[in-house]
Design a binder for this molecule. Structure first.
Ligand code: NAD
Ligand code: TYD
Length: 341
């Protein structure tokens, strides 16, 4: 197959492209990415010379985005993806996540190719008990989640109206290598290494279900090859944790790995004002992809988080360049006056 992957310089899609190139010796991948603050071509340095891989700097909102290219399927990972940024300024989220998806749906319609839309469990909103399934109503609470829910609705409409072949995946929180360091897990590891305060929103009891990015990539790939058009597939790993427990676990493992004083790292924990509209708990039921398509997460959380800490502590060139630039600007804007340093 020849795959058109959008957002391939970001966290999840760079892992996906690596997975495809290693798994299928005859597949080709075209990576379209506009290289926003979150896009980094170094994420794919190890495969950039492959004859089966092509990068093009293109914006998914541009109606000529796929001109001159041939492919069998579009996998739409490109998005503005950070909830906190969507609270500061929602405009780029509406533009890329909604208009960009519309634009790519038009490409899929005209080219008659498969469309796989990578969405999120955040479209369902917050749930106190129990689990969301694929039929649960969409109740997004952040501008980010609302923009993703809108794009999901557009995909549905194109299946119903234009009969395009399209699937939607809704995954829980990802962690692993190459994640931009303003998201919780890399932020905790890197702030621990750099003795910087770790901002914990509210009481730290918000719950997320964490999945290793490679398990998510394998799930997306399973849906691409075996999924049914018009369906939504929830992807999760049944690994719920309150933020504060997760943070303490990471600090403890980082202290052990680097032979640092654990109490000192715990002392970096800094409770700050809560995020506006902060969803209390995300929880989805991934039974459909498990039963119908035979996918299951393979990585335990302990194994995945240890590998992730290992990755961030040995790839300081990668994050060093990032945290000296855009990340620091954002961090100061977000936390400058809130942290008790
Ligand atoms: P990311 O922010 O790390 O990467 C996004 C990529 O998209 C970047 O490379 C960026 O340059 C590119 N991009 C942004 N706007 C673009 C545009 N207009 N045209 C072309 N490229 C553009 O995001 P991520 O965490 O890798 O998330 C990827 C996808 O997975 C998103 O659709 C997100 O909603 C979804 N998702 C993420 C998570 C998570 O925990 N990170 C969980 C579930 C679903
Ligand atoms: P995040 O990685 O932004 O993912 P999402 O909001 O999409 O789930 O945040 C994960 C959780 O961690 C969320 O409950 C917000 C919280 N959080 C903090 O407490 N401190 C932080 O600095 C960040 C970035 C997040």
């Amino acid at each position: 197959m020849k795959l058109l992957v959008t957002g391939g310089a970001g966290f999840i899609a760079s892992n996906y492209i690596r997975h495809v190139l290693h798994t299928y010796p005859d597949y080709q991948v075209i990576n379209l990415d506009s290289l926003t603050y979150a896009g980094n071509l170094e994420n794919l340095k190890d495969v950039e010379d492959s004859e089966r891989y092509t990068f093009m700097k293109r914006d998914i909102c541009d109606s000529h985005v796929a001109d001159g290219l041939e492919f069998d399927a579009i996998l739409n990972f490109a998005a503005e993806s950070h909830v906190d940024r969507s609270i500061l300024d929602a405009q780029p989220f509406l533009q890329t996540n909604i208009m960009g998806t519309y634009n790519l749906l038009e490409v899929a319609r005209k080219r008659n190719c498969t469309f796989l839309h990578v969405s999120t469990d955040e479209v369902y909103g917050s749930i106190e008990d129990g689990f969301f399934n694929e039929e649960s109503p969409l109740m997004p609470n952040s501008p980010y989640a609302a923009s993703k829910a809108s794009s999901d609705m557009l995909v549905r409409a194109y299946v119903e109206t234009h009969k395009i072949n399209a699937m939607i995946t809704r995954c829980s929180n990802n962690y692993g290598p190459y994640q931009f360091p303003e998201k919780l897990i890399p932020l905790v590891i890197l702030n621990a290494i750099n003795s910087r305060p770790i901002p914990v929103y509210g009481d730290g009891m918000n719950v997320r279900d964490w999945i290793h990015v490679v398990d998510h990539c394998k799930a997306v790939d399973t849906v691409l090859h075996k999924g049914t058009s018009g369906r939504v597939y929830n992807i999760g790993s049944r690994n719920e944790q309150p933020n504060i427990d997760l943070i303490k676990k990471i600090l403890s493992k980082t202290a052990e790995k680097l032979d640092l004083d654990e109490n000192k790292l715990m002392g970096l924990i800094n409770f700050v004002e809560d995020r506006k509209g902060h969803d209390r708990r995300y929880a989805i039921n991934p039974l459909m992809i498990e039963k119908d398509l035979g996918w299951k997460p393979e990585m335990t959380f302990d194994e995945g988080i240890e590998k992730t800490i290992e990755w961030y502590t040995t790839n300081n060139q990668w994050w060093g360049r990032i945290i000296s630039g855009e990340y620091i600007k954002y961090y100061n804007l977000q936390y400058g006056e809130r942290l008790d340093t």
